[in-house]
Ligand binder design. Sequence first.
Ligand code: OGA
Ligand code: MN
Length: 300
Amino acid sequence: MNITPLTQNVSGDFVGEVSGIDLTAPLSEAAVAAIEAGMDHYAVLVFHDQQFDDDSQLAFTRCFGELEVSSGGEMSKPEERRLKLEMADISNLDRNNQLRAANDRVRLIALGNRLWHSDASFRAIPAKYSLLSARIVPGKGGNTEFADMRAAYDALDGATKAQIEDLVTEHSNAFSREMIGFPAEAYGADNQDKLRPVRHRLVRTHPVTGRKSLYLSAHIGSIVGWPVPEARAFIRDLMEHATQPEFTYAHAWRPWDLVIWDNRTTMHRARRYDDLHDIRDMRRSTVRGDAMTAPQAQAA
Ligand code: OGA
Ligand code: MN
């Protein structure tokens, strides 16, 4: 296995391109450790020509820890799903493999992926790695962009670093969906508990490298102890800072690409494509994190 940098920034390597390994076959412990070391160093790894089916993708994902069940599973009915619960369906297809219509509710919810975010940051224990496999890619558009939150942190001035060091933010799916026009009532009474905000540190420290990073996501709606408008204005400033071109990379997908990103140190977002006419079938498996980043609020 060989890793070469695709992008570097002021803080060093960010995205690595990996060759010389077939991830669909069982891997040795040494190979898994080498991928983990690559993830710690780069934060995003790109593999080509990995012809996964769902079972082999899940088997590979389990090498890195426990699987996370997708949030689509919580919000949608099992009989409406195209894929099993452990696979997040990042496609524009319904369970009969037909293109979704303009007003399809699942399509509209999925548009939230166009906002910069970190996966499952609305959970008290958020996701570690996400693994996105490209099965069918559209003729045009549909890139995924990534932002290096270690570099974004490093580039802050000293006063801002001191100001944010111990800040705690509140994340909820309700905040991100509100941003694209879904009122909280749209989730139905039985989903309200899944919208309760969770708390996370704004500055995270990577458990292996000790590097600090900004933990930002479209799911953030407030900062503990701050007036909400001030918090939102500040988070917006940090978002703008963190997603400047010098910290980002755009991935143009080929069929059978697999991209792994570390949600603790990166954000990502989907880019537009003609989803009413062109198929994009991407499937995401997700590795659970192992700890909360901050104590949670006591239930009222
Ligand atoms: C995801 C995601 C972006 C994309 O899979 O979590 O946000 O480009 N995907 O589909
Ligand atoms: Mn995502």
